[in-house]
Structures are given as structure tokens and as C-alpha cells.
Design a protein around this ligand. Structure first.
Ligand code: LLP
Length: 419
């Protein structure tokens, strides 16, 4: 459930009509709903009521906006980060360092130092090489990094290939077949306290079965590690729960996920860490855009909007579906190709889509844009970076300024020898 709905024929975010935001801030603009973010955080936590000891760490990569992190931090969430940039955002939003988990296959030495100095709660080590390096860096400072070892369970998550992370040939984690041996080696090093294992098999999962298989494999590994004398106190189950993008699409509810987790892990005797991203932020945001013009096509007309693949990359990157609808629908429908202004055919949001009839100058939204939306924006075609707005009841605020193309150009230099 979200808080974007028609009222008197005009789409609102909570109590704010979207045309008001378009007039004040311009388009394209991402609009987030605080009540929706809070609701999703609450629903996810309630779904895990039967898990006694847990940390829910929001996957910052899905929406790193400071105001969004502030809302989620206040709702009791920690943060899953994959760079020092994300770590600094989580800290700036007031999330306690102990509640920050650092994942990612390419942590640099400088990032490890910064995270150790910030006192973050956990490193998820992705390789033997990384573990050895982290141990050296921590030991040299007289510090101990709290760690889990990320396991690649070789499970097909059944999602888009580009967001699958748990198959044997993916770059993430250590092969489960070698996990015991690598764990043993790293656990013996000074500078690290290897206290558990981690897994994350992919994103936008539409089925709980692959997750359950991965968790069962992890449980088996955990028992084997304990059998070998290791103390296992923490297990990180990652994120990945999918959300509906299409009207009427049904995905496993957080409650079903929570029940499965509680069942599989009931005798594990560990603290569980969760890293949800999309399920918290996805439906808490829309991309508000204005129709530039409608161009006749050979078959269907092209609705050319002022948002483009640089603002919302998911359709171009993954062929992803984002529901598209008018802000002030009049009841008429059309079949259209929905495209942005960028000079490549990949800048297409949908072909042959049945949608509300739209004319030049009218406003529309792409739904489910709160996760992996603004954060994946670029300035391709010398377009600026899109603005972001947070709505709270009947008030709203710009939470990320639009960065104009001129400001980006101002950061460039022509060397003297070219002048
Ligand atoms: N934990 C780890 C280690 C991850 O790699 C990810 C996502 C998450 C948690 C959060 O997963 P979620 O709950 O959001 O599914 N840009 C793509 C999604 C990439 C996901 C990468 N990892 C998209 O737009 O679909």
C-alpha cells in the first residue's frame, strides 16, 4: 500500500496535489511519501516479529537520499552500505555506526580504514583476499573488525540476470564448497572477529523458494562451522524481496517472507541481519514528468515526456516495467510509445502501452520509482540531475536540488595547453 492516489480527479502524494509540486519545483522530479516509507518499515518489522534478535539495515543503494535515510533511521532501521559514500550518508542521517553493515566486492583499503575508524557494526567479507587485507589493516591499528563471510550458495534467484547475485559464476561471496576452508583461515587471523555468514542472492525476487533454499544451505554451513569449533553468532540474510510494478501483480508479502524466515531459522540461535531496499522504498516514490509533445507514429503515437533514461534508468537497463499514468486522468485511454528526449532508442519507457490519454503539457507519473530511481541517474545528453521532493501530510520539501547541466559543466576544466 502507498499514499499516491487520485483525489477529486488529481493524483496526490499524501495530501499534496502533484501539480503543486510540479509548479514549485519543475519536472522531472522524484516525489517520495514519508507515510509510505514509514508504513513499509513498520510492515517489514512486524513481519519479522517472530525473529527475536535482529537488525534491519536498509539497503542505502536503493535510495540514498539523506531525508529518506533520516525517516528510515528514525523508524529504527540500520543501514547496509556498499561504499564510504553511502556510509557517510547513513552517519549523516543519524544512523548509529553499530547499525551499519558494509557489503560489496570491491571495498578499497581506504574504505576499510574509514569504516573501521567510524566504528561500523559489521563488514560482510566477500573473498579470502579481502578478509586477509581487512585483517592486516585492522590489526595494524590495534582494532578488530566484526565480520561475516558472504557465501555464494549457487542458487538461481529466478530474477533478471543483471540483478542476480547468488549463482556460482556471479562475482559475489565465496563458493559454498570452499566456505568452510576459507572461514577457518580467516577466523584465525588477528584483526578480525569472524562471527558469522551472509548471503544475498538477488533483487526483485518474485518467489520465496530460492531464498528458502539459500537459507537452508546457509543453515547447513552454519552447523558445519560450529561442528568445526567456530562460534557463529550472526547471520546476514540480505535483501531481495520483490515489489509489484504492475497493477494487480501479486508478490510474496513481507508476512510470508517473515514466516518462512522464522521457520527456517528457528533453532539457529543467532542475531539475524536483513538488508531490504526495494520493498521499503520502491512504492514510496514516483517520478513526476510532463509531456513535452505527442508525436504521430507509424502505428502508435509517441508520448515524449521530459523524463528520460538518465533520470530513470531501469527500463533501459533491465527492460523494467514502470506503471505510467496521468496525474489528472480524464477517463479516455490511448495506446502509446512512452519515450524520453534522449538521442538513443534505448530511451524508451514502454512500447505499445495502454495508458491514460495524454496531451502536450500534461503531467504524468512513473510509479514504483522510489528504489533504484534517482540514485541511478546520470547527466547523459548534458541533462542535469533530477530533483527530489519528500511529502509529509500536507507539506513538502525539496530534499535534493536539481543540479543543472550548467553546474556540471562548471566543474569541468579546459587545460591551459588547449586554450
Ligand atoms: N544487500 C545486498 C548485498 C545487495 O546487493 C542488495 C541489492 C540489497 C541488499 C538490496 O536488495 P533489495 O532488497 O533492494 O532487492 N539496480 C537494480 C537493483 C540492484 C540490486 C543490487 N543489490 C534495479 O533497479 O532493479
Amino acid at each position: 500500500m502507498d499514499h499516491f492516489a487520485l483525489r477529486d480527479g488529481v493524483m496526490h502524494a499524501e495530501d499534496v496535489p502533484l501539480p503543486l509540486i510540479a509548479d514549485a519545483v519543475g519536472t522531472p522530479v522524484y516525489v517520495y511519501s514519508r507515510a509510505t516509507l514509514e508504513r513499509h518499515a513498520r510492515v517489514f518489522r512486524e513481519a519479522l516479529a517472530d525473529v527475536p534478535d535482529k537488525l534491519i539495515a536498509f539497503a542505502v543503494k536503493s535510495n540514498p537520499n539523506l531525508a529518506v535515510l533520516k525517516v528510515l533511521g528514525a523508524a529504527g532501521m540500520g543501514a547496509d552500505v556498499v561504499s564510504v559514500g553511502e556510509m557517510r550518508r547513513a552517519l549523516a542521517a543519524g544512523i548509529a555506526p553499530e547499525m551499519i553493515v558494509f557489503s560489496g566486492v570491491g571495498k578499497t583499503a581506504a574504505e576499510m580504514v574509514a569504516a573501521l575508524e567510524a566504528g561500523i557494526g559489521q563488514f560482510n567479507i566477500e573473498s579470502e583476499e579481502e578478509g586477509v587485507e581487512l585483517a592486516e589493516i585492522a590489526a595494524a591499528r590495534g582494532m578488530t573488525a566484526q565480520c561475516t563471510l558472504r557465501i555464494n550458495p549457487d542458487v538461481d534467484a529466478g530474477t533478471h540476470d543483471k540483478i542476480s547475485t547468488g549463482k556460482a559464476d556471479n562475482k559475489f561471496g565465496v563458493p559454498i564448497s570452499e566456505a568452510g576452508q576459507i572461514f577457518g583461515k580467516l577466523a584465525g587471523l588477528p584483526g578480525v572477529n569472524l562471527r558469522g555468514v551472509a548471503v544475498h542472492i538477488g533483487s526483485q525476487l518474485a518467489d520465496l523458494a530460492p531464498l528458502e533454499v539459500a537459507f537452508e544451505k546457509l543453515g547447513e554451513l552454519m552447523r558445519a562451522l560450529r561442528g568445526a569449533g567456530h562460534e557463529i553468532t550472526h547471520v546476514d540474510l540480505g535483501g531481495g524481496l520483490g515489489v509489484p510494478y504492475m497493477v494487480g501483480e501479486v508478490l510474496p508479502a513481507p508476512a510470508e517472507y517473515g514466516a518462512m524466515v522464522a521457520r527456517v531459522t528457528k533453532d539457529w540461535g543467532v542475531k539475524l541481519i536483513f538488508e531490504p531496499g526495494r520493498v521499503i522504498a520502491g512504492n514510496a516514490g514516483v517520478l513526476l514528468t510532463r509531456v513535452v509533445r505527442v508525436k504521430r507514429g507509424i502505428k502508435d503515437p509517441f508520448v515524449i515526456v521530459d523524463a528520460a533514461m538518465n533520470d530513470l534508468a531501469r527500463p533501459a537497463l533491465y527492460g523494467a516495467y514502470h506503471h505510467f499514468e496521468a496525474v489528472e486522468p480524464k477517463g479516455a485511454r490511448m495506446t502509446a510509445n512512452i519515450v524520453g528526449p534522449i538521442c538513443e532508442t534505448g530511451d524508451t519507457f514502454a512500447m505499445g502501452r495502454e495508458c491514460d490519454a495524454l496531451a502536450a503539457g500534461e503531467l504524468a507519473v512513473f510509479r514504483t520509482a522510489g528504489a533504484y530511481g534517482a540514485t541511478m541517474a546520470s547527466s547523459y545528453n548534458s541533462r542535469g540531475f533530477v530533483a527530489e521532493v519528500l511529502v509529509d501530510g500536507d507539506r513538502f520539501a525539496v530534499v535534493a536540488d536539481r543540479i543543472e547541466a550548467g553546474a556540471i559543466m562548471d566543474a569541468e576544466r579546459v587545460p591551459e595547453w588547449l586554450a
